[in-house]
Design a protein. Structure first.
Length: 191
């Protein structure tokens, strides 16, 4: 199949076909599937699931669980919570059973924090694989240190609502490394 040699003319029926235009009242499809706002309670539940998974991985030395966390963090950072298995469990099965009111919060800093989680769990996974293939204990010790951090940081989010990645994101906006337009709700207010 070859590309057309001419551009469509203004009267070309394909480009102006009424059947291709959205009907009044029809639902339009958004190009972006990443939300701008998420529920803080659900975010904290997700963090709790991450903590639980991390603790189980540490206590049982089941390092492969970090590959699951890596995939989930990467999905949340790249596509948002809609496709994340952990976010789906949190929003579908756990959140409806918690009587707290919705608490909207900006997603951009949570997305940034998920990116940090993806990098850290990638490092844990690589270090674990390095230890597994070489038999060296150094990479396993480093993986354990990172794994403890990946338990403490989500625990702060789950228990206290303290998101270190979100604080870093706000700081990056403040110093101008991230444009304020990325997250209007996160940008420092000017007087």
């Amino acid at each position: 199949m070859t590309a057309p040699t001419t551009s469509p003319a203004a009267g070309d029926s394909f480009w102006n076909d009424e059947a291709l235009r959205p009907r009044r009242g029809a639902t339009t499809i958004s190009v972006s599937t990443v939300p701008t706002v998420v529920d803080e309670v659900t975010v904290r539940i997700v963090a709790g699931i991450v903590v639980t998974t991390g603790v189980v991985a540490l206590l049982t030395q089941q390092w492969w669980l970090y590959t699951f966390l890596l995939a989930d963090f990467a999905i949340r950072a790249a596509r948002g919570p809609r496709w994340s298995p952990i976010a789906r469990v949190a929003s579908t099965w756990i959140r409806p059973r918690i009587p707290a009111a919705d608490k909207p919060t900006a997603f951009a800093p949570k997305r940034f924090a998920a990116g940090i989680g993806a990098v850290m769990t990638a490092a844990i996974t690589i270090l674990w694989l390095l230890s597994l293939t070489t038999g060296a204990t150094g990479p396993l010790v480093a993986a354990t240190v990172l794994a403890v951090a990946m338990t403490v940081l989500p625990a702060a989010e789950a228990g206290l609502g303290l998101c270190l990645g979100c604080k870093i994101f706000a700081g990056l906006i403040r110093v101008g490394l991230v444009p304020a337009e990325v997250c209007v709700d996160c940008a420092p207010q000017r007087a």
